[in-house]
Design a protein around this ligand. Structure first.
Ligand code: C2O
Ligand code: CU
Ligand code: CU
Length: 508
């Protein structure tokens, strides 16, 4: 078991109103169209896409009883927010307008926001730095270089001390970056499926409930996939690609198919793995993305395959959190127009730069202890919190790697009862084992979140670039992040130039 808190609250919905598994259809968020496209003046061969989203309070019909509506916060009023789809090398500008009410109608806090594109090596002033907040009726333009290998990214709110309630209320969306290598290997279009998994609890009137169990974790008893409870998707007898994002505030999963058949893992947080891995189950924590192929060719029409969860955070005995979604195999003709319909690739990105890093290249090894402070009850990284960063006027750092240098970072979870999905901004890393921790097949790809289980120490190898500046390190269990398990590092030992991307100074 991970976690020692017995969650107090679950949905207060009467039994007959409670959503049940596999009664809703599967949907995906719409793809966001750029409102303008221009040539990139720095490289006339390339383009710039201009996008805009507006953060608003809205109502959603999540529950099967259509009279029970749920207030959410959403990018363009929907949960999850629209999917952004870009080509590697095409720069993107995203204007985020904060049109939310000044205070959260449910939680009562101020609804300022900061938008982070998780998985992007953005400049600091565009990275959604927690304290770089945008108040109601203001907007901010974010610039995303999209120079990294193809991957599944996601954008979400990162506002200091309010990230958990804001993400829980719906401020989440997927962002897909494509490139030629990925396109040649993996299913595209309608066979390339976004799956954002989250959990929620509901009050009797249909509104979201919220309980972070003394700032330790929010555990909903209803599993949502793309904002709908336990949906069923109809599938043809072919290979599909699923981009699985754990968008839960706290809950982690151990996923598997109920058939016992393995899935083919093809990509991790930072994109394609060097080679695909057959995996029959995997831990999947908040913030992590795993792309899998499921081969439906050998199943019979009419057969139902379930995606199941074997883990039960905090020993909460909730009824149906062992189920995520189901696939119903249909008897319709199979779309074979693309070779990926029946190809299970073995070699993917054998030359991946992150996975080619060698421990012997690392000049510095740093060790961080993850722990709850007994006196203040705050979650800490090496005894430090975001409050220490703020008190230092955003100067305090826990590491200062040189630009383009390689280091080994160790995260040690020595405090009993909790796991911490640790996220390092800016870089992708290679997990090189650790203590009390296996080298899992499903982690043999570039990552930006590492699951650090109870009693485990994870060792990460990473190269710091492509630019200098200050970036956050935090736990992706969001109540931990908010209270106050977040610190920062700075790439580049020389003082930053004024022009050089200070997150707490205005960008260009
Ligand atoms: Cu997905 Cu710093 O966050
Ligand atoms: Cu991130
Ligand atoms: Cu944590």
């Amino acid at each position: 078991p991970t976690g020692s808190v017995q969650a107090k609250s679950a949905s207060a919905l009467p039994d007959e109103q409670m959503p049940l598994p596999y009664r809703t259809g599967f949907t995906q968020a719409p793809v966001l169209k750029p409102y303008a496209v221009s040539r990139n003046p720095d490289d006339y061969e390339k383009k710039i896409n201009y996008y805009s989203v507006t953060q608003v309070a809205a109502t959603a019909s999540i529950l099967p009883n259509k009279n029970l509506l749920t207030q959410i916060l959403g990018y363009n009023g929907i949960f999850p927010g629209p999917t952004i789809r870009v080509e590697r090398g095409t720069k993107a500008y995203l204007r985020v307008r904060n049109q939310m009410p000044a205070t959260d109608p449910r939680a009562g806090h101020l609804l300022y926001s900061s938008t982070h594109l998780h998985g992007s090596a953005s400049l600091p002033q565009f990275d959604g730095y927690a304290s770089d907040i945008v108040h109601t009726r203001f907007a901010k333009d974010y610039e995303y270089p999209n120079d990294q290998p193809a991957r599944t990214l996601w954008y979400h709110d990162h506002a200091v001390h309010n990230t958990a309630p804001n993400v829980y209320s719906g401020l989440v969306g997927q962002y897909h970056m494509h490139d030629d290598l990925e396109r040649g290997l993996l299913p595209q279009g309608r066979f390339d499926v976004a799956v954002t998994i989250s959990d929620a609890m509901f009050a009797e009137n249909g509104e979201l409930g919220y309980d972070d169990n003394d700032q330790s974790g929010v555990y909903g008893d209803v599993i949502l996939v793309n904002g709908r409870p336990w949906p069923v998707m109809q599938v043809q007898r072919r290979i599909y690609r699923f981009r699985l994002l754990n968008g839960c505030v706290s809950r982690s999963f151990r996923l598997r198919l109920d058939t016992g058949d393995p899935v083919l893992m093809v990509a991790t947080d930072g994109g394609l793995m060097p080679r695909s891995q057959e995996v029959s189950q995997w831990r999947h924590a908040s913030g992590e993305r795993y792309e899998i192929l499921i081969d439906f060719r050998n199943y019979q029409p009419g057969q139902r395959i379930q995606l199941m969860n074997l883990s039960n955070d905090n020993n909460v005995d909730y009824n149906h959190t062992d189920k995520i979604m189901a696939f119903d195999v249909v008897d319709s003709p199979v779309d074979t127009s693309d070779p990926t319909w029946n190809t299970l690739p073995i070699e993917l990105d054998p030359g991946n730069e992150v996975m080619a890093l060698k421990s012997s290249d690392a000049l510095i090894r740093r060790h961080f202890r993850l722990k709850r402070d007994d006196r203040t009850n705050m979650w800490t990284i090496d005894g430090q919190t975001w409050a220490d960063v703020v008190a230092s006027n955003y100067q305090r750092i826990v590491a200062n790697p040189e630009l383009n240098s390689t280091e080994i970072w160790e995260f040690e979870n020595s405090s009993g009862g909790w796991f911490h999905p640790m996220h390092v901004h800016l870089v992708d890393f290679k997990i090189i084992g650790g203590e009390n921790r296996a080298n899992y097949a499903y982690e043999q790809g570039p990552k930006d979140v590492v699951y650090v289980g109870e009693g485990e120490t994870a060792h990460l190898l990473m190269k710091f670039g492509p630019h200098r500046g200050r970036y956050m390190i935090h736990c992706h269990n969001l109540p931990h992040e908010d209270h106050d398990m977040m610190v920062q590092f700075r790439v580049g030992t020389a003082a930053l130039e004024p022009s050089e991307n200070d997150p707490m100074k205005a960008g260009p």
